[in-house]
Design a protein around this ligand. Structure first.
Ligand SMILES: [Zn+2]
Length: 331
């Protein structure tokens, strides 16, 4: 019997040898310390967790692009992934309303389970517009709010992996700096929208934190959760506002059907007002993995840039660092 190395094995061996030459210490460390397995519900949390974890953890998110967390029911394989995790991260305030039983079960099994909202200061939190006594879960829409997420995630990592404290703190600090830069960009370009056009109409009420942060009036066709459908009267009321105030554009969301937004366009057309769809925003899910819009910072950059440009403000087409032009979404 002959033993030969296939091209794939040869390539793998060459890479291994190259890696050993370049980072002998890194390889030795990786062998000694198994990576933490971290599971996040929504990808906005998973992305920040990967940024903070670096090579110390493998992070996966249960909900990909276009998935609506308000309606998402965990599959059997999700439950298995959660039960196999060293750390579970979720948003809370019923964002993952149909996962509550599963999350309770995972916590009861003794797994560390952390809710981002637990680390957000009381005075930051907005009450849900239409459901009294419920808090609005869409904290990530304000980058200064998502820095609380970075802190909660770093604390959670340190609790399960105390040896990595300095690593996690340094990475969380660096990421928080990037969030501050994102906030500065958003503030600057959104300030250029003329005063009489500072109204953001979207599919559902995900933008209250965004509106508060950047002084923009926000109207969601559906409520804070997407569980309840919008009625004809809601559509008529919003058409009235759009016509009265001569608003040029409204926005769709990647996780929600465009039907209601199209009804606004039709309603305005019938009244002689040319209303445009200003673009698709990422509210409750990010863009495709591996693209800039598939990161939290890219998602917010996309939203801010799209909103500013469609409402008559001044923002570069490529966004904060020109990255939006490289992987523009297909539709
Ligand atoms: Zn939502």
């Amino acid at each position: 019997m002959r033993t030969t190395l296939t091209p794939i094995r040869c390539a793998a061996l060459a890479l291994f040898l190259l890696a050993s030459t370049l980072h002998p210490g890194a390889l030795a460390r990786a062998e000694q310390r198994p990576q933490l397995r971290v599971v996040a519900t929504v990808a906005m949390i998973g992305d920040v967790a990967s940024e903070i974890a670096g090579d110390r953890a493998a992070v996966e998110s249960l909900m990909g692009p276009g998935v609506d967390p308000h309606l998402y029911r965990p599959t059997r394989s999700d439950t298995a992934r959660l039960l196999g995790a060293d750390l579970v991260l979720y948003n809370g305030f019923l964002l993952e309303g149909k996962m509550t039983d599963t999350l309770v079960r995972i916590a009861r099994s003794g797994r560390p389970v952390y809710a981002i909202v637990e680390g957000v200061p009381e005075d930051f939190i907005l009450e849900s517009a239409e459901t009294e006594g419920h808090d609005d879960p869409h904290i990530w829409m304000d980058p200064t709010g998502w820095k609380h997420a970075a802190r909660v995630i770093a604390d959670a990592f340190i609790a399960v992996d105390p040896d990595g404290e300095a690593h996690y703190r340094a990475r969380a600090d660096a990421y928080t700096q990037r969030l501050a830069e994102l906030d500065d960009y958003a503030r600057a370009v959104l300030a250029t929208i003329p005063a009489d056009r500072r109204i953001l109409v979207t599919s559902h009420d995900a933008f209250a934190y965004f509106g508060r942060a950047y002084d923009i009036e926000v109207v969601g066709i559906q409520g804070v959760s997407t569980v309840a459908e919008a009625g004809l009267r809601d559509i008529e009321r919003i058409v009235e506002t759009l016509v009265q105030r001569n608003i040029p554009a409204v926005f769709t969301e990647s996780t929600i059907s465009e039907r209601n937004v199209r009804a606004l366009v039709e309603g305005c057309r019938a009244r002689g007002h040319a209303l445009a769809i200003g673009g698709e925003l990422y509210s409750d899910a990010m863009g495709s993995p591996g693209t800039y819009r598939g990161t939290y910072i890219g998602m917010i950059d996309h939203n801010v840039t799209t909103i500013a440009r469609a409402l008559g403000g001044d923002a570069p087409a490529g966004g904060m660092h020109g990255k939006l032009t490289h992987d523009a979404p297909k539709r």
